[in-house]
Design a protein around this ligand. Structure first.
Ligand SMILES: [Zn+2]
Length: 342
């Protein structure tokens, strides 16, 4: 364990000295990839660099003490208080409403034939935020035809069952339909549509193209779609799962990361990130969105969008180069992790 921790500290120290310290070392090293991620992040995505390359990689070979975070009674049973998560809906593009919580996002894309929903937050707040949120902005939740889930975890798939009761068809990749079947969480929806790589989900005048990007989970789905901002078309790259949550989790008998070393999951994530980075470039993506408000600038953008005046820029339109830099960060941090982990 000490060896990996030491490698990580060396890597961070080298990053601290800037690029010059790592140039000319030769070979493939974690510090090279961490430096590349830091470069790509700049100040705009510094938070994401810190989350993935510093905090997450810092946990490699460094499991929490047994019992930590459990049995301390800090978290009362049942859903958290509404005040702790609730947010009002915000119209973010001509054809997109954000309907989420302080930490989690669902996005309603309006089309000429109804709504495509991106992600479905928790079972306990889908009604408060998505269903009632749509009513608040004058839309009918019964017109959500499809919900595309980035992956099967409860903070994005929890609301799926309630949506099915409204007539929504749930779309997930086959591997996450398998995951949800095997893990059998209380929020498990009935199986509707298994997405395929490059599948076009078309509703009226709008198409969302889904890609299989295994990494965060084996069935993580990332998407490309077009939005309009004050009449101008922009392309969204939507990354369906961000964190390296297999770290120290590969030994859990019932988990989804069993049977392979941590380095495998890191490499798989890095490959998916590189591939989706190119897909985003080819599509001309100039907007980066995800399902966590802290990961894509949504948290800072929402108050600005809610108060946006004519002539104000849309803070979610970050530009093509910024979208590429974002995908570089997540991919390079994963490459570093693959070299640091067993
Ligand atoms: Zn997740």
């Amino acid at each position: 364990m000490k060896r990996y921790l030491a490698a990580w500290m060396v890597a961070l120290a080298l990053v601290g000295f800037g690029r010059a310290a790592v140039v000319g070392q030769g070979g493939d090293t974690p510090e090279k990839h961490i430096a590349a991620a830091k470069d790509a992040a700049g100040t705009q995505w510094a938070g994401m660099f810190d989350t993935l390359c510093v905090q997450s990689l810092g946990r490699i070979g460094n499991p929490p003490a047994p019992g930590a975070g459990r049995g301390r009674g800090a978290q009362p049973p049942g859903p958290p208080a509404r005040d702790s998560y609730h947010m009002e809906p915000v119209k973010v593009f001509d054809n997109v409403y954000w309907l989420g919580t302080k930490e989690h996002s669902a996005w309603a894309i309006t089309t000429s034939q109804g709504i495509i929903l991106m992600d479905a937050i928790f079972d306990y707040n889908i009604k408060d935020e998505v269903i009632d949120g749509l009513l608040k902005v004058g839309l009918n939740p019964a017109t959500i035809k499809y919900a595309i889930l980035g992956h099967w975890h409860g903070d994005h798939a929890g609301g799926a069952k309630a949506l099915q009761e409204l007539g929504t068809q749930i779309i997930m990749a086959p591997a996450d339909w398998d995951n949800i079947e095997k893990q059998n969480p209380s929020y498990k929806p009935k199986k509707d549509i298994a997405s395929t790589d490059g599948m076009k989900v078309t509703l009226g005048d709008t198409t969302v193209t889904t890609y299989n990007t295994p990494g965060h989970t084996q069935g993580t789905v990332s998407s490309i779609f077009t939005v309009k901002d004050r009449g101008q078309a922009h392309v969204v790259a939507y990354w369906g799962g961000t964190m390296f949550n297999w770290i120290n989790a590969t030994g859990r008998a019932t988990g989804e990361y069993v049977g392979k070393p941590e380095s495998y999951w890191f490499s798989q994530y890095a490959e998916s990130a590189a591939r989706f980075r190119k897909i985003a470039a080819d599509a001309g993506a100039d907007v980066y969105l995800s399902n966590h408000t802290a990961f894509d600038g949504t948290k800072e953008a929402l108050p600005k969008l809610a108060a946006r005046k004519p002539g104000d820029p849309n803070p979610l339109i970050v530009g093509k180069e910024s979208v590429q830099r974002y995908m570089t960060i997540v991919g390079e941090c994963a490459k570093a992790g693959a070299l640091m982990a067993k």
